[in-house]
Design a binder for this molecule. Structure first.
Ligand code: NOJ
Length: 499
């Protein structure tokens, strides 16, 4: 299981209201207690923070708001001591407009790094092509100084790097080496499907007119670039891993970014972010993932992250659904990703207009983690950069750790069960027949077997499973014996019973 840390909101140790690297290091014991295998830390590099760290002005330094390089070294070493691997968030598609590379590039048409970014003349109609940017508006900004347009698939402060230029490839490989030499275990790679581009930058079909480019960009050049990245990462000793954000809607297109085992180790599967809480929809998602990824591309599962509403909020806010979703996430075939605070059952905050800061409207899921029940919730300030999530006086680490019935303990139990079951860790998945409101599947290796049942309905339902079974975990803490019935909203893991 990979646990996503959004460092601004994990824990502040300096009193400026913004979380920092020392805050993560200080809570490694908590992550170890929970059962985290690896952390992915969202960007903490130098950044003007137009996109809260996804606009980087120096890939090889830590932004002062998060600490220093020495803090990063301490975090990496401390995590390794705790048996936790560390993935950094590498943002290859774009830099900040304040990055010295772009400052040089925009300085003159003859600048040495002019070609490190995409500069084009406009057409009579204005922009060089019809591409739209992810946060709205055209993907082009006109720069008066040199009378040309530059490409940005996100904010104007995030100009796209030209990976068609070998100097860019080399410079970005140096960034990977810088961090691999500091012993990180790999990278989550931001929107990696965007890095290959047809230098002609052709218009997208008119019928896609207002669709932003990010979800449809699928250029074959990216695969060669990915193979080079993979070779570089594989040249380091130990098991390093690259997980890519390939933001395409079609799983068979995402599959191609695993290459022949020589591109990404894993790509995010975001289907669950758009899947309603209904047995039929989940059956369909599992079928699609199994069919389109096949045997050689290892799946991933994500219910929440820093770009989407937390799933508790998205799925209606109930404790029962959050608990059943935890069972589902941690028993599917593939690597689950947890977004910090999901294990506390957190919901999105409603952020008042005057406190909103994100250009993409994603503040609600990014609110600070409450560590204690006190008014400052374990932070040095009562009023951090974003407001607290709802019910922080009850949904916090201190309270939930003290309550064996809390959802936090359910996550911890599920992670422990997963660790000791080969079937859950890497077994096959087979959908089983079940009543309409129930999702039922078997996970199995030749020596180990588990059955998972999830009742999406609001009434109790009988489920027949051949053989004798015991409950390993139920999402409903009152249940500890399998009697053939699932309570409303309940999810269980079964293991073969004593004969
Ligand atoms: C995807 C990241 O997850 C998101 O937070 C960011 O805004 C964009 N990529 C641009 O880097």
């Amino acid at each position: 299981m990979i646990y996503q840390i959004y460092p601004r909101s994990f824990l502040d140790t300096t009193g400026d209201g913004v979380g920092d690297l020392a805050g993560i290091t200080a809570r490694l014991d908590y992550l170890r207690w929970l059962g985290v295998d690896a952390i992915w830390v969202s960007p903490f590099f130098r950044s003007p923070m137009a996109d809260f760290g996804y606009d980087i002005s120096d890939y090889c330094d830590v932004d002062p708001v998060f600490g220093t390089l020495a803090d990063a070294d301490r975090l990496i070493a401390g995590a390794h001591d705790a048996g936790i691997r560390v993935l950094l968030d590498w943002v290859p598609n774009h830099t900040s407009d304040q990055h010295p590379w772009f400052v040089d590039s925009r300085s003159s048409r003859r600048a040495s790094k002019r070609d490190w970014y995409y500069w084009r003349d406009g057409r009579r109609s204005g922009t060089p092509n019809n591409w739209r940017a992810a946060f709205g508006g055209p993907a082009w900004t006109f720069d008066d100084a040199t009378g040309q347009w530059y490409l940005h698939l996100f904010l104007p402060q995030q100009p796209d790097l030209n990976w068609g230029n070998r100097e860019v490839v080399h410079a970005m490989h140096e960034v990977l080496r810088f961090w691999l030499d500091r012993d990180v275990d790999g990278f989550r790679i931001d929107v990696v499907h965007l890095i290959g581009k047809d230098p002609a930058l052709p218009d997208q079909p008119a019928e896609l007119g207002s669709v932003d480019r990010v979800g449809i960009h699928d250029d074959p050049r990216t695969h060669g670039l990915l193979r080079e990245i993979r070779r570089l990462v594989d040249s380091y000793p130990g098991e390093r891993v690259i997980v890519g954000e390939v933001n395409l809607h079609d799983t068979s297109a995402i599959r191609t970014y695993y290459g022949a085992g020589d591109e990404l180790h894993m790509a995010f599967n975001f289907l669950p972010l758009a899947t309603p809480w209904a047995a039929g929809d989940w059956r369909q998602v599992i079928r699609v993932v199994e069919r389109d990824l096949g045997r050689d591309a290892w799946p991933t599962w994500v219910l929440s992250n820093h770009d989407s509403r937390r799933h508790r909020t998205r799925l209606g806010g109930s404790e029962a659904v959050s608990r059943a979703a935890a069972v589902l996430l941690l028993t599917l075939r593939g690597t689950p990703f947890l977004f910090q605070g999901e294990e506390l059952g957190l919901e999105d905050a409603v952020v008042s207009p005057e406190r909103r800061v994100d250009p993409g409207g994603r503040d609600g899921c990014r609110t600070p983690i409450p560590w204690t029940a006190t008014p400052t919730h374990g932070w040095p300030t009562v009023d951090p950069w974003l407001p607290w999530p709802p019910h922080a006086e009850a949904r916090n680490v201190q309270r939930e750790r003290a309550d064996p019935g809390a959802i936090l303990h359910l996550y911890r139990r599920l992670l422990a069960v997963r660790r000791t079951s080969p079937a859950l860790r890497h077994g096959d998945i087979t959908l089983l027949d079940a009543p309409a409101a129930v999702l039922a599947f078997r996970r199995s290796t030749h020596e180990d077997e588990r059955v998972v049942l999830v009742n999406f309905g609001e009434t109790e339902v009988e489920v027949h499973v051949d053989g004798r079974w015991d409950i390993v975990v139920s999402s409903d803490s009152a249940v500890d014996r399998w009697d053939g019935a699932l309570r409303a909203g309940e999810a269980v893991i079964l293991q073969p019973g004593a004969a």
